[in-house]
Design a protein around this ligand. Structure first.
Ligand SMILES: [Zn+2]
Length: 270
């Protein structure tokens, strides 16, 4: 199998938070006046969406979808032996696997063919103008709100002792701008795999990003999606740009429309 770059698809979007979102940080309680469970922030102290969180969530949603067609798909176990997901362990399964080809594998297995990850998901930063003055009046912290969360004993229905925690979250209405997902096309058949990226975006809109999803946290929507295609030749001639003629999504600016019209989008990848 020969691997050469045919081109790159760039998917730009705005991510809008529909219900308070908590992607956990690591400094909880260490900051002065810090809350118990803080959100991850950039060097300017603003919440952001790490590309690894978004990529990991998209992968797990596609894995779940794939597993519903194939009972043996989930094969990866943690140290305790619990099934935690899927990862190909040999070349034969890898060359046919839509998940590992797009989202990558960790190595340390016996795959002898090239295993280049197709997708790159970038960090996405807060559009500070989306936190309006009116919203700020109701926020406990500069960009975020603080909720008290308890762990409930399911049998007695009472709060577990000592379980009251302050949880920081990004408020509904916040937007993260210029989200970028890059999809590398290395072989003709990769063009079909792009569809799963849009399907993952769709699935995520009906799931959650970050923690406490079962409590209703972390609903998001992708808006103003723009899809651009640049060929290898465009890169070789220094001719890459976000030019209107490179935009191939034809006005379809949400994930479901991109899935519906995928055949058209694919036909533009030449
Ligand atoms: Zn796989």
């Amino acid at each position: 199998m020969s691997i050469k770059l045919l081109g790159k698809v760039l998917i730009k979007s705005t991510i809008e938070v529909k219900t308070g979102m908590r992607i956990g940080g690591s400094t909880g309680g260490l900051k002065i006046g810090g809350v118990d469970l803080n959100v991850i922030t950039d060097p300017l102290g603003r919440p952001y969406i790490p590309g690894s969180s978004l990529k990991g969530k998209m992968r797990s949603l596609i894995e779940k979808k794939q597993a519903s067609n194939d009972a043996n798909f989930w094969n990866k176990r943690d140290r305790q032996g619990n099934i935690v997901g899927h990862e190909c362990t040999n070349s034969n399964s890898y060359t046919k696997c839509p998940v590992c080809k797009v989202w990558g594998i960790l190595g340390g297995n016996e795959i002898s063919v090239p295993t280049l990850t197709r997708i790159i998901v970038c960090d996405t930063y807060l559009d500070t103008s989306s936190i309006t003055d009116e919203m700020k009046e109701n926020l406990e912290l500069e960009w975020t709100e603080v909720k008290f969360e308890t762990a409930i004993n399911r049998i007695t229905g009472t709060a577990l002792h000592g379980s009251l925690r302050q949880a920081e979250r990004v408020p509904a209405g916040a937007r993260f701008k210029d989200s970028e997902i890059i999809f590398n096309v290395f072989e003709e058949s990769d063009k079909d795999l792009l569809k799963d990226v849009f399907v993952a975006m769709e699935l995520l809109e009906h799931d959650y990003l970050g923690g406490m999803g079962s409590r209703g946290y972390g609903r998001i929507q992708f808006k103003n999606v723009e899809v651009y295609w640049n060929t290898r030749k465009d890169y070789e001639t220094g001719n890459i740009d976000l030019k209107p003629e490179r935009k191939i999504n034809n006005g379809w600016d949400i994930p479901s429309k991109l899935v519906q019209n995928f055949a058209f989008l694919k036909s533009k990848l030449i």
